[in-house]
Design a protein around this ligand. Structure first.
Ligand code: MN3
Length: 201
């Protein structure tokens, strides 16, 4: 079997201040994100053992765990990648990604409004996801409950907003909307544009 490993943060733990505080980033990456990576590897190991024994009595719970932890690991790697220190974040005004945004949403402000609304309203713990849908050749705003529910199969996530309480509670307490509105200040659009280019080609 092949194991996932925890990607290093692409910046320092304090790099997202003041929008996301150092303690939140540290716990979020070193404990929560790490937990999903470990959870995926541990679960996969149990599935391999079940396969070797030919005993699939626990397969339902195991594949559920595999989906949860595997999706959590993927979304967190994306999340860190699509954020950046405030001073380095530049909103794009032209290029292929912006042309696609204009075609599918009208403009970037409308995309941000839709993504923000999706992040603020996802039920319980979850995510807002901007994805490229190869089947319909357009950008879609989706929600993910937990990490793995509500996707459209085959889409490629380009930009994700973690709306779990662990992403914001230390600084914003119950004010998820304030955290979501602030996150655009630290959005790494260059990473989103690159991901769009790779996904849509
Ligand atoms: Mn998280």
């Amino acid at each position: 079997m092949k194991e996932l490993s925890l990607p290093k943060l692409p910046y320092g733990y304090d790099a997202l201040e003041p929008v996301i505080d150092q303690q939140t980033v540290t716990l979020h990456h070193d404990k929560h994100h790490a937990g999903y990576v470990t959870g995926f590897n541990t679960t996969l190991k149990k599935i391999v053992e079940a396969r070797e024994k030919g005993d699939y009595s626990a397969i339902k719970a195991l594949v559920k765990d595999l989906s949860f932890h595997g999706s959590g690991a993927i979304l967190h790697a994306l999340y860190w990648d699509n954020l950046c220190p405030k001073s380095q974040c530049v909103e794009p005004t032209s290029g292929d990604f912006i042309a696609q945004v204009k075609s599918d949403f009208g403009d970037l402000a409308k995309l941000k409004a839709e993504m923000g609304a999706a992040a603020k309203t996802v039920e319980g713990s979850g995510w807002a996801v901007l994805a490229w849908d190869p089947a319909s050749a357009q950008l879609l705003v989706l929600q993910a409950e937990n990490h793995q529910k509500l996707t459209v199969w085959g889409v490629k996530p380009l930009l994700v907003i973690d709306a779990w309480e662990h992403a914001y509670y230390l600084k914003y307490q119950n004010n998820r909307a304030t955290y979501v509105d602030a996150i655009w200040q630290i959005l790494n659009w260059a990473a989103v544009e690159k991901r769009f280019k790779d996904a849509s080609q």
